[in-house]
Design a protein around this ligand. Structure first.
Ligand code: NAD
Length: 480
């Protein structure tokens, strides 16, 4: 691993005006590398570079299918370098190496998927009678600012960057302070694919400095933010100040409703992936289970079995296998999660499994299961760690009410053999996505985003493309 990583502005690797930041390996607590830190002047240079690209027309003049081919090429490049990228991601983020491979493949898939959509962003012709010819075109906003969280730094960047580029926007990416390193591959991929200098700019900087400067920059035309609710609110205010649109992909406290007729053998797999994948640091994690009282005890036993079946160890020692979990991103995040568990115990929650940090160096936490009641803090607020809260219900309506009782609304799930019941629940659950009988069902082809404080706008799927373009209507008076 290189000991110092730079930012990338207008086709050049550069130092940061705010100096450098230490990146830590969360599995050891040791220093990993330094990264350049951008200040507001760096942000301005990056935005101006992107603006020049946009104003030159080089991206918009291209036939969309050519942009699409370049975007697809970025994905292929990531796959060609997957071993190296995955290793760097694991070292900076803590996830198991096998999970890092999944993330790189997921990132590549965004470039493949949106690369394929380039020519489909079609306008329409609107009939106005014999005297007019009228049509719409979908034009890129211009400069797309993309602010990225630390939990899936590559996939979250790929999600916005692929859609932004394919629609002809020039992009400025603000990488997360804790995990900025592996995103250098996005720039290398864009260079390799032949994107003109200034089309993709990459800055690591502090949120309140570089992030705030980017979201308030008057020459940014559109913002995509993925991260926490308080930061999302700050960004929405900054966007409003410049009257530019933003997409907010924020946190969640997503619930699975498990009915008495659910297949609990299959559901064990949903527990494993739903809450322990990436050590629970997933916005759409299944952090709550609302289970019918007749299966409550059985479910707790099964959840305990799943939690205790996982081996927790440094990600770099986990090349394959899904029976393992890595470190959390930092000791601060781990301590926050452990602190929430301790407060839950104070409120009367019972530990069924885990609940503590591991007695070793690094940001490790035990896979945890808690028996809770719906009003507790642990059942209302996002932990963003490997902590599952389980609570019982008696009536269907009560289950929906509990599921809808948090301020979030990212995803939810219903587990039953009764399709009528599942459909009714899907209609009543207040969330952007509902999984029936499989947590994380769907894919990058399906629109994703929140209700309530989980945000607004959608990423993924064809729907997301419309966030990156604005409609122009052309109305032409015809003679005769
Ligand atoms: P965060 O809000 O602390 O930081 C996210 C990004 O915003 C970072 O790059 C940070 O530097 C930047 N930032 C911080 N303050 C800023 C400011 N004032 N102005 C502009 N930018 C600023 O979030 P995090 O802790 O990195 O990520 C975890 C959160 O992200 C969780 O709540 C999680 O649920 C959410 N998340 C949501 C999705 C989704 O798609 N809905 C996906 C991943 C993560």
């Amino acid at each position: 691993m290189k000991s110092y990583w730079q930012n990338y502005i207008d086709g050049k690797w550069v130092d940061g005006g705010a100096g450098r930041i230490d990146v830590t390996n969360p599995a050891t607590g040791e220093f990993l590398a330094e990264h350049a830190l951008a200040d507001a002047a760096d942000v301005d240079r990056a935005v101006q570079a992107a603006r020049r690209v946009h104003q030159s027309g080089v991206l918009t003049a291209m036939r969309p299918i050519e942009r699409g081919r370049m975007v697809q090429e970025m994905g292929r490049y990531l796959l060609e370098n997957i071993d190296q990228i995955a290793k760097e991601l694991t070292l900076e983020q803590g996830k198991p190496l096998w999970e890092a491979h999944i993330e790189v493949k997921g990132a590549a898939l965004y470039f493949e998927y949106y690369g394929n959509q380039a020519s489909t962003v079609e306008g329409k012709s609107i009939p106005l009678g014999a005297g007019y010819f009228d049509w719409t075109e979908n034009e890129p906003f211009g400069v797309s600012a993309q602010i990225i969280p630390w939990n899936y730094p590559l996939e979250m960047t790929a999600r916005s960057l692929s859609a932004g580029l394919v629609t002809g926007n020039a992009c400025v990416i603000k990488t997360p302070e804790m995990t900025p390193i592996s995103n250098a591959w996005m720039v290398k991929a864009a260079e390799h694919a032949g994107f003109p200098e200034g089309s993709v700019n990459l800055l690591c900087g502090l949120g309140h400095e570089a992030g705030a400067a980017l979201s308030a920059h008057p020459d940014v035309n559109q913002i995509v933010f993925t991260g926490s609710v308080p930061t999302g609110i700050a960004i929405a205010k900054a966007a409003a100040g410049n009257v530019v649109p933003c997409v907010l992909e924020l946190g969640g406290k997503s619930a699975a409703i498990v009915h008495e007729d659910a297949d609990l053998d299959a559901f064990e797999n949903d527990i494993r992936w739903g809450i322990y994948f990436n050590a629970g640091q997933v916005c759409s994690a299944m952090s709550r289970i609302i289970v019918h009282e007749s299966r409550h005890e059985e479910l707790l036993e099964r959840a305990e079995k799943v939690a205790k079946s996982l081996t927790v160890l440094p990600g770099i020692e986990q090349p394959e296998g899904d029976g393992t979990m890595g470190a959390m991103v930092s000791e601060a995040q781990r301590d926050r999660a452990v602190g929430m568990v301790e407060r839950a115990i104070g409120e009367g929650a019972q530990i069924v499994a885990g609940g503590h940090k591991l007695n070793r160096d690094g940001a490790f936490m035990e896979p945890t299961v808690l028996k809770v009641t719906p009003e507790m803090e642990i059942a209302q607020q996002e932990v963003f760690g490997p902590v599952l809260s389980v609570m019982p219900f008696q009536e269907d309506a009560q289950a929906i009410e509990i599921a809808n009782s948090t301020e979030f609304g990212l995803v939810s799930g219903v587990f039953t053999r009764d399709l009528d019941r599942a459909t009714q629940a899907a209609r009543k659950l207040r969330s952007g996505q509902v999984f029936v009988n499989e947590w994380f069902a769907g894919g990058i082809e399906t629109p994703f985003g929140g209700y309530g404080k989980s945000g607004y706008g959608r990423e993924k799927g064809r729907e997301a493309l419309w966030n990156y373009v604005q409609t122009k209507n052309v109305a032409m008076r015809l003679k005769g």
